[in-house]
Design a protein around this ligand. Structure first.
Ligand code: ZN
Length: 366
């Protein structure tokens, strides 16, 4: 606070012996206030003896700062006294409040967030994990490797011959309409395409090796499908092929039952129903007993007790002929199904687009 004269009556020129904003005559209340507050703050909270001594020193009746200021006011011109009196009252009130607060004891710790500790360690990075489709694929690969199969992969961009013709689907064959194809703008029109199934890898394997052949082919496939609850333009398949001597339909049925049970972790019955695929003869669709209701019928299995998983059959002799394997000496079976489909069944996930949306809530749940 400045020493500027504020009393209209004390304009004689000299500042000695007049009241100012915060001093009374020769007593400097500003300096005394600062000194008193510092002394109070330096005293242990609740130390009654020390605080009493400070009260006597600054506010006591006889020799304290306040007592001297009170005496000095009497020497001021009458017009200056009210102003000086108010300054003294303010000083007294402030010191007393500080003393009382200090007498009340230790100041409780402030409530709020703990102070930032710059020496604290970090929380580490959260580790990611494999996508549910990849987990499913690996679980199935494990099952088939345990049965003596080998995992092979092939290109996602194929030519018409591997994807259709070698699989007994010649140009103009109605079976091509079953798979709405996405063609690539490369080479001759409608000759290069995104594979519509993993079966062209069967063709490539049979061209490159001689039987016996036991392979499974996982991979991404593409169809010109409209996205709905169970269809997606991109999805994953797993396909199996066995070529050996004297392979029968019974081997196929037993293989399907074995892998379905291994994948779901308990004995699960399976069922074959007649169907048609160009590259197998005879062909069948295979279904597993509903794992949610044990065949009793529920919403998931549309109350049939069975869940369709995929297609299968014995390799058509025309396919063997296309790759130069003698169908009189060798026979084989093939099967295929969608990885998302079995993952949906095992984990109760729906709709299929959930697998491709990269929603962290879904990704971190599995
Ligand atoms: Zn069911």
């Amino acid at each position: 606070m400045s020493d500027t004269t504020t009393s209209g009556a004390a304009t004689s020129g000299a500042t000695d012996g007049v009241a100012t904003g915060a001093s009374v005559a020769t007593v400097d209340l500003d300096a005394a206030r600062a000194e008193a507050l510092a002394a109070i703050a330096a005293t242990a909270p609740g130390d009654a003896d020390a605080l009493d001594a400070l009260e006597r020193r600054y506010l006591g009746r006889r020799t304290s700062v306040a007592a001297r200021a009170k005496e000095a006011i009497k020497d001021l011109p009458p017009a200056a006294r009210p102003e000086a009196g108010r300054a003294l009252s303010a000083f007294t009130a402030e010191i007393r409040a500080a003393l009382d607060a200090r007498r009340a004891g230790p100041v409780p710790a402030p409530v709020g967030p703990p102070p930032l500790d710059l020496t604290a360690g970090g929380h580490g990075r959260r580790r990611g994990h494999l996508h549910l489709v990849t987990q499913t694929r690996r679980a199935l690969e494990d099952v088939f490797c345990g049965m003596g199969y080998e995992v092979v992969e092939g290109p996602e961009v194929e030519d018409d011959w591997h994807n259709f013709e070698a699989l007994n689907i010649p140009p103009g064959h109605p079976a091509r309409a079953m798979q709405d194809t996405l063609y690539v703008n490369l080479g001759e029109p409608e000759q290069v395409l995104l594979r519509t199934h993993t079966s062209p890898v069967q063709v490539r394997v049979m061209q490159a090796r001689r039987p016996p052949i036991y392979v499974v082919v996982p991979g991404r496939v593409y169809r010109n499908e409209t996205l709905d609850a169970r269809h997606s333009p991109v999805f994953h398949q797993l396909e199996g092929l066995a070529v050996d001597r004297h392979i029968t339909f019974g081997d196929l049925a037993g293989t399907i039952e074995a892998f379905v049970s291994a994948f779901f972790g308990r004995p699960v019955r399976s069922r074959l129903a007649p169907s048609y695929f160009p590259f197998t003869e005879p062909s069948a669709e295979f279904a597993a007993e509903c794992v949610f209701c044990d065949g009793a019928g529920c919403r998931v299995c549309s109350h049939t007790g069975w869940i369709e998983l995929g297609g299968c059959g014995l390799v058509d002799p025309n396919v063997f002929a296309a790759v130069g394997i003698d169908p009189e000496r060798w026979s084989g079976f093939a099967f295929g199904f969608g990885l998302e489909r079995v993952a949906m069944l095992r984990h109760g996930v729906e709709p299929i687009k959930t697998f491709f949306e990269n929603d962290l809530r879904f990704l971190s749940a599995y």
